[in-house]
Design a protein around this ligand. Sequence first.
Ligand SMILES: [Ca+2]
Length: 429
Amino acid sequence: MIVGAVVALAGCAAQPAKTQAGSATEVAPGATQLATKPVDFRTLTETSCPDRAASYQEWVAKFQAYALSKGRSADVIQTAFAGVKENPEISDRAAKQPEFVTPVWTYIERAVSDDRVARGQQKYQENKALLAEIERDYGVPRAIIMGIWGIETDFGNHFGDANVFEALTNLGYRANRQSFACNELLAALDIVAKNQVPASRMVGSWAGAMGHPQFLPSNYLALAVDRDGSGAPDLWDSLPDALASAANHLVDDGWQRNLPWGLEVKLPASFPYAEAEMDLTQPVGDWKTLGVTRMDGSALPDLPGGTSILVLAGHTGPAFLITENFQVILKYNYSTSYALAVAYLGDRILGGRRIVGKWPVHEQPLSLAEREEVQALLMARGHDLGTVDGVLGLRSRKAARAFQKEIGWPQDGFINKALLEELRRRKSV
Ligand SMILES: [Ca+2]
């Protein structure tokens, strides 16, 4: 959870942030073979977060010395790292831009499969009383809690199998994320020291996100709740603790009681698609004036606060009206596809209907080279979008909209093969 901002793509789903650890760093060939002996951290005098090290073992020892200098107990430090091992997969998982990015419709189809909805309904029935109590106490709807639980860990089926100390030390050593890794490792040591959670039980993803709600260690310290009264929050074996902690996290990020996340809406043919962007918020009344309705054509509900229109797959795809609470889900994991999956899964589990709009499933995803080509062609036409990196974020969408405006297309910012071909065609004219 909240490991780093992943740019939310208009037409393609960035994987949830926690699976992307940042860019990999080169490790000198043979370096890992040279120093396999554990280094005794008490012989070192590291007082800052270690940057590079000649070997994984050396990075761990340097971190341990640093943790000692930051006042953590030598016994806790010794025990927590006793079994950690180098895992070369970390650098692979922390890799560069993917060749193909999963389209949002494929991501949603997998994340909110009929099978998962059915299992979610089963889990909901088993935990109905608990979920009702959490909803009452925190003001977070049971549907949203079910959505988070299902998308984060498939209702506890997939915590990940990485020990948090092993995951974060590998990330710090290999993945150019030293500052993040050091802060989270210090927090993880504090969990062991203050909450009597054995280090060996602290398992989660390879990015350090732990237990049912996938909390980073710093999230645990700040936001985890001991709802079952055992004396400490247990995000692995206590559903009251894990699900209340997820609700508490959302409340901390500003969740508003009695405010839905949003709903699927119908846009009029004349809709100004340039206004369908998350950073454009206005009262629901303004969307009504533009002719936006519920899917059955009836008036939009009167939702308070700023609202936006979310169009993730171009003007032919589904459209959603989203509230400030949708923005809160994004703080849990910064990906619009993720947030929509959470909201939609929760609705489906509680009996809500399927998305009515048609995703453009015939669209082929753009390759990395094609994404970069789009960016380069837009830049060549004078649309500033920062750097050509294959990441189709807000600036790329804005540049695409400016181009669409020039050529009289709906300004939906959807970057697809048709847009690329049009850019190529106009380049050669
Ligand atoms: Ca507890």
